[in-house]
Design a protein around this ligand. Structure first.
Ligand code: NAD
Length: 327
């Protein structure tokens, strides 16, 4: 290890945890100390594949690291993170931060007391299709989001709102930046005991309205966002990686290569169409890099523990509305 390296461990090396291991292995400012998974067989597989040390329990890895990625099943985030934070270790917790809001609040307070960082893996914030919006002035009036996925048993330890819709709630909160005023929500259980399909309509205090649909019972995967605002319409495909902007422009000299005339009240105006070239970043690698730089005081966390907690609170409200709607 050199002075610029942060010593990191990965807890939980299932489907997603293996990718944390893969990326940490490539970061110059990280010394990957090892992994721990309650499934010993899985730990050994990952150890062999990535040439990392396996620890027999959480306590023994805690003694050797500065920071940890927590990539266990959501229900176990709290018990693992609490131990790490009490040992004064920085944590990157995969989304959702915890399964319950009280747990998230406790973690934030332990982290603050122990002066360590919590970062949350709301990876969609780094989706290149969303990052492309940074070039535009986005003040949404209406947002429609759809996130559909074929069924897999992973993630079914929590309802679809907490597993999938929370990605879009975090995106919404980052785009709208206004407190929520009203929520209407409905949902259904199809294959599991909890909610598999959910729809929420939300009104924010600044007047923005959002309609969000999430399902884990779909034939095809779909992740789309449509944003409408005065003189602008943006359509994003987070899955294939595409952002298209239709914007009213004053003349042909604009970044739009294509302009479409339209008539309104006797005047001819122009709609400019542009499809920005998206960056080629790997969102997971970039968020882990951001975590390490944040520990080193070189960057601010892109998704803080507070952001993760706020997205969870919002998701919980939607989940409660769905339960009320069913009675
Ligand atoms: P998974 O079931 O494939 O892996 C979870 C692993 O954690 C398993 O190997 C399990 O043995 C291990 N584990 C469980 N409890 C543990 C404990 N107390 N200590 C150590 N190991 C433990 O699940 P996954 O799909 O990899 O999801 C893991 C987390 O990542 C979930 O919280 C999920 O919501 C999140 N996730 C986020 C995204 C994203 O887009 N950011 C995508 C997928 C999953």
């Amino acid at each position: 290890m050199n002075d610029n390296q942060v010593r990191i461990g990965v807890i939980g090396v299932g489907h997603l945890g293996q990718h944390h291991v893969k990326h940490y292995k490539t970061l110059d400012n990280v010394e990957l100390i090892g992994v721990f998974d309650t499934d010993r067989q899985r730990s050994l597989e990952i150890s062999k594949k990535f040439d990392v040390k396996v620890f027999a329990d959480l306590n023994s890895i805690l003694n050797e690291v500065d920071a940890l990625s927590i990539v266990t099943n959501t229900k176990n985030h709290y018990e693992v993170a609490e131990k790490c934070l009490r040992s004064k270790k920085h944590v990157f917790i995969e989304k959702p931060i915890t399964a319950e809001i009280e747990e998230a609040d406790k973690l934030l307070s332990i982290a603050e007391k122990n002066k360590v960082l919590i970062q949350v893996g709301h990876i969609e914030r780094l989706n290149p299709a969303l990052l492309a919006l940074n070039e535009y002035e986005i003040k949404p009036k209406f947002i429609e989001i759809q996130r559909l996925a074929p069924y897999t048993s992973r993630g079914t330890d929590v309802p679809v709102v907490i597993d999938k819709m929370i990605h879009d709630i975090d995106i919404l909160l980052s785009l709208v930046r206004s407190p929520i005023k009203k929520i209407q929500a409905t949902g259904l259980s199809i294959l599991t005991d909890s909610i598999d399909i959910a729809h929420a309509r939300m009104r924010f205090e600044n007047g923005t309205v959002a309609s969000v649909m999430s399902s884990r019972i779909a034939r095809d995967e779909i992740r789309k966002i449509k944003i409408f605002q005065k003189d602008l319409y943006a359509t994003l495909d987070l899955l294939i990686g595409s952002t298209e902007i239709y914007e009213v422009v004053n003349d042909k000299i604009s970044k739009s290569k294509v302009t479409i005339p339209f008539e309104y009240k006797g005047n001819t105006r122009l709609i400019g169409y542009h499809k920005p070239v998206l960056s080629k970043i790997d969102p997971l690698k970039m968020e882990l890099e951001n975590f390490v730089f944040s520990i080193q005081g070189k960057q601010e966390p892109i998704v803080s523990g507070r952001d993760g907690r706020d997205a969870l609170e919002f998701a919980m409200k939607i989940q409660e509305m769905i339960i009320l709607d069913k009675h």
